[in-house]
Design a protein around this ligand. Structure first.
Ligand SMILES: NC(=O)c1ccc[n+]([C@@H]2O[C@H](COP(=O)([O-])OP(=O)(O)OC[C@H]3O[C@@H](n4cnc5c(N)ncnc54)[C@H](O)[C@@H]3O)[C@@H](O)[C@H]2O)c1
Length: 407
């Protein structure tokens, strides 16, 4: 097992990375959060019948009363409506401030569940159990939680989409597996709200523990695994060339899901993020660098989230970032670095899959919370391992980025 220590205002916490960690979750929770009596397990539907069983058994064996709440992972479900379901569930089950919420799944379930935990009774302890590569190397680290909001033009729909009677406390089953409700809500949301303002409501609240068991990646689709690789590339660009070379050199071992390689990948990549958030938890400066390529990515995701997954948007966003960095004069020889080719070799997309209205895209970029007073703010590179923030990107720079991705 590999261990990474993260510093936060609420104290230090560990990230454990290994290939047989799930059975130890219960014992670890009891040790780290000794006053907890109830473990609220908010779990991604994709792992409910598989990996979550090991965690549930281990929590119960450690003497904790287990409450399980299942969530369908979709950006539409990364919503206040779903958070409210978790809150109501905890209230109905008399979850106390001293108890613990274990968020198990990909970044969507992790972000939404961590938001619910950080706001319920002004915050209860959270243990993150990421089950996607992207969540292991990125989303589960650093304490950021979030939900999406409907774009302003969709706002009237949001009131319809609150789920009404479906979400009422009376209709909540007390043993709390809400698959049916979640599926219904997902369908309703798909119909009503296509454009989402990503991560517009959230908190920064450090978890008590992060447990990354790479065995869980064996059930992940190739597409989702590649999404995680996009964030690994981002971390490599923020770190140094050796990390990118390592990624390229071990491509085959990673594709074959060699556990030792996976542990090394997660450990290396998570260490980059852990170091940054330890130095700047509240994003006063350096943490913003983790948004490399993300202003483009979030805008793409906002408009095309039914076609493009987060990691894919990040990959496309990194291509736009490299072109924008060159156009801004920050990274004059960016094209020689051939980032597009390197991403494509990892199986990642480098262009938008469909025609997008540029004005809409730029409006979504302006809405990205990293921008100040209507200007578009970009995190760009001055070279490998040399990120910086361009506060008000010119039209020339933005269009160079959009041209590069066929937008
Ligand atoms: N909080 C942060 O700092 C942070 C950082 C990066 C990304 N994010 C957020 O993370 C989200 C993306 O996360 P993601 O890429 O993990 O996507 P995701 O949560 O949508 O998971 C991808 C898919 O894999 C399924 N899945 C999860 N684990 C599985 C497993 N072990 N086996 C089989 N299927 C599995 C899920 O059900 C889902 O269908 C975005 O909403 C993004 O905004 C947050």
């Amino acid at each position: 097992m590999q261990s990474i220590s993260v510093q936060s205002a609420q104290g230090q916490y560990d990230i454990h990375v290994g290939d047989a960690l799930l059975q130890g979750v219960g014992a670890g929770v009891v040790k780290k959060i000794p006053k907890a009596r109830v473990a609220m397990l908010v779990v991604d539907h994709a792992v409910e019948q598989t990996w979550a069983r090991e965690v549930a058994a281990s929590l119960a064996a450690a003497g904790l009363r287990l409450v399980t709440h299942v969530v369908v992972a979709s950006e539409d479900n990364k919503s206040i409506a779903q958070v409210e379901k978790v809150w109501r569930c905890m209230l109905a089950e008399r979850v106390q401030r001293s108890d613990v919420l274990c968020a198990m799944g990909g970044g969507i379930v992790g972000d939404m569940a961590a938001f619910a935990a950080s706001t319920y009774m002004r915050g209860i302890a959270t243990v993150m159990i990421p089950t996607t590569l992207l969540a292991m190397v990125d989303a589960a680290i650093g304490g950021k939680s979030a939900v999406n909001l409907p774009m302003a033009s969709d706002a009237p729909d949001a009131s319809v989409n609150s789920g009404g009677a479906k979400n009422s406390p009376q209709s909540l089953p007390t043993n709390l597996t809400n698959n049916v409700n979640n599926n219904l809500t997902k369908n309703v949301n798909n119909n009503l709200s296509n454009n989402l303002a990503k991560n517009m409501a959230g908190t920064i609240c450090a978890p008590a523990w992060v447990v990354s068991d790479v065995r869980t990646l064996s059930t992940l689709s190739t597409r989702e695994f590649r999404c995680g690789l996009a964030e690994c590339v981002k971390h490599a660009l923020l770190a140094d060339e050796p990390m990118l070379s390592w990624l390229e050199k071990h491509r085959e071992g990673l594709r074959a899901m060699d556990p030792a390689r996976l542990v090394e990948l997660v450990h290396r990549s998570a260490s980059v993020k852990a170091a940054i958030v330890s130095r700047d938890e509240q994003e006063h400066g350096e943490r913003a660098h983790l948004n490399l390529g993300h202003t483009f990515a979030h805008a793409i995701e906002s408009l095309l989230h039914d076609q493009v997954h987060h990691g894919e948007a990040v990959s496309i966003g990194l291509v736009a970032m490299a072109a924008a960095s060159q156009a801004a004069g920050w990274w004059p020889d960016a094209d020689k670095f051939q980032l597009s080719k390197r991403l494509a070799d990892l199986g990642l997309p480098i262009k938008v899959p469909t025609v997008v209205d540029r004005t809409q895209l730029k409006n979504a970029m302006k809405l990205d919370k990293k921008g100040q007073s209507g200007a578009i703010r970009l995190v760009l590179l001055k070279g490998l391992g040399r990120p910086g923030v361009l506060d008000a990107a010119s039209e020339h720079v933005i269009h160079a980025g959009l041209d590069a991705i066929g937008a």
